[in-house]
Every structure is written in C-alpha cells, then in structure tokens.
Design a protein around this ligand. Structure first.
Ligand SMILES: Cc1cc2nc3c(=O)[nH]c(=O)nc-3n(C[C@H](O)[C@H](O)[C@H](O)COP(=O)(O)O)c2cc1C
Length: 267
C-alpha cells in the first residue's frame, strides 16, 4: 500500500524526528511505499494569500473560497499545492505528524491544510439538496482511504484524561480528526500520542517505539473511530442536527458524533 506522512517539525534530531524514522522504517519493512512531505525542510509556505491564485486579476477582490474553487477546477493552483494533492490521491493512508503546540498543530501544518484542501477537492464536493448535504463527513474525494495522527505532547496523559485540566485529548484532536480528516472522507484511526515529550528520556523510547511500530503494522487493519456519517440517516437534513434519541440523553459536544451504539443504520 502507499502511505504519505506529512511531517511538521523544524528539527530532525527531535523526538518527532526519531518517531518519523521509526514509522518510515517499519512501513517500508511491511512492504509499503512511503512518501514524506517534510514541511519545514521543504520551506512550505504556510499562509493563504493572493499568490495562491495566479489567475486572479490584479485588481480583483480575493474571495478565498471562490478563488479556490475556480483554481482547482481550472487546474491553476500553484505547483506546490498541486504536488500535495497528487500525493493525497496517490496515498492509501495519510499520517499527519506534529508536536502539540498550543493545543493544536503547528501553524505550518495548518497552512498546509488551508492551502491543499481546496474547494472542489476536500470541501464543496457533491450535491446539496433536501436529501443530502454535500459529500462530506465520511464521504468525499478521499473516502476509502485511512488517516491517523502521530502527536507528541509536553503534558502528562492524566492532564488529557476525561477529567484532566487540559481537556480530553479526543476533544482537543476532534477538530483535526473529524473536521479536517473525516470531512473529506478519510476513515480516521485513533491517534498515536506520546505524552511527557519534553526532555524525553532515551530510556523511554524503547516501549514507545515498539508501540509505534505496532501501529504502523496495523495501519490498514485498525478499526477507525466510528464517527457518524452525515448522509446515512443519523442527522436531520438540512438542519444537520443529530436525530433525537441518538447519543446519550442530555449529552452535548464532540462525543455525540461518535457512534458508540450503531446509530440508526446497520453499518
Ligand atoms: C510553541 C509551543 C507550544 C506548546 N504547546 C503545548 C501544548 O499546548 N500542550 C502540550 O502538552 N505541550 C505543548 N508544548 C510542548 C510540546 O508539545 C513538546 O515540546 C513537543 O511535543 C516535544 O517533542 P519534540 O522534542 O519532538 O519537539 C508546546 C511547545 C511549544 C514550543
């Protein structure tokens, strides 16, 4: 199979650098083809601006969504963005690897998403009607492919537990896992998270490396997070509200969109 790792760390001699090497080596040992987009090493441009849309007239107002749609359809996105889109279409699995910075991904990786996940490619796909609301959340261009995060965090695992002061890790990563990866269709696997990553003691690397190797060996067999599909019956359309009776009564928030019960559909 084919695997793309999008790697966002400025220093190869970091814990992230070591984890990347371990992951690549194990994937290749399993016979997979691997490509790495090393955003810092490649000098990735992280902000969306006019330069992303060379066909926009000089005096034309930049409406980013419209410019993205037009450029994707016309094939006039910049060559760095087009190359990343080709890699995403090539890969059966996508891994985003990054250190947790201010409770989310580093800006360079967010900028990769902002620029590469173009209108018509990752969003704005499919029919919008009273029956369905676009091909998203489990459907879309990247459906049938898998994605997962490799994340390092300075905080302790307990700090990210259900009652931990930082908030639960699944909540913090929800906008990435659900909003960025599930949205264009990926089946999203549980993340691989290394806690207490600052001043990471070499003596701790052994078990972490073994766990990561195992996750790489099971990349194509691990059960994805059972997010609810938008167009499969769990939501009212067009209000996009979860149907009454689904989810724990009184529950609110991100966890509602994980189907721990099987939903109304047999899937
Ligand atoms: C700008 C910045 C923001 C950070 N924010 C967080 C954070 O929100 N939560 C956390 O647990 N650790 C945070 N950290 C710690 C990093 O997650 C930690 O340094 C990194 O995972 C260590 O891996 P590395 O050695 O590969 O860089 C932050 C570090 C930096 C530099």
């Amino acid at each position: 199979m084919k695997v793309l790792i999008v790697y966002a760390h400025p220093e190869p001699r970091s814990l992230n650098g070591a984890l990347r090497e371990i992951a690549v080596k194990e994937l290749m040992a399993q016979g997979h083809e691997v490509q790495v987009s090393d955003l810092y090493a490649d000098g990735w441009k992280s902000q969306v601006d006019r330069a992303d849309f060379p066909s926009l007239a000089r005096d034309e107002r930049l409406i980013t969504v419209a410019a993205s749609k037009k450029a994707f359809e016309a094939g006039t996105l910049t060559s760095d963005v087009k190359a990343e889109i080709e890699k995403l279409l090539w890969a059966d699995a996508l891994i985003l690897q990054f250190p947790l910075w201010w409770f989310t991904m580093p800006a360079i990786l967010k900028g990769w998403v902002d620029r590469v996940f173009a209108y018509g490619f990752a969003y704005g796909v499919g029919e919008h009607s009273d029956r369905r609301w676009g091909d998203r959340y489990g459907e879309g261009t990247l459906a049938g492919k898998r994605a997962m995060l490799i994340v390092t965090a300075g905080g302790w695992e307990e700090h990210y537990a259900a009652r931990g002061v930082n908030g639960p890790i699944d909540d913090l990563l929800f906008p990435i896992n659900h909003g960025i990866l599930y949205y264009p269709g990926y089946d999203v696997l549980p993340p691989f998270v290394v806690y207490r990553a600052d001043g990471f003691d070499e003596s701790r690397l052994g078990p972490v490396a073994e766990h990561l190797r195992k996750r790489m060996r099971t990349l194509f067999t691990t059960r994805p997070i059972p997010y609810r599909q938008q167009n499969a019956g769990d939501y009212l359309i067009p209000s996009m509200q979860l149907r009454p009776g689904l989810g724990d009564p009184g529950a609110t928030g991100f966890g509602l969109h994980v189907d721990n019960e099987g939903g109304v559909n047999e899937r």
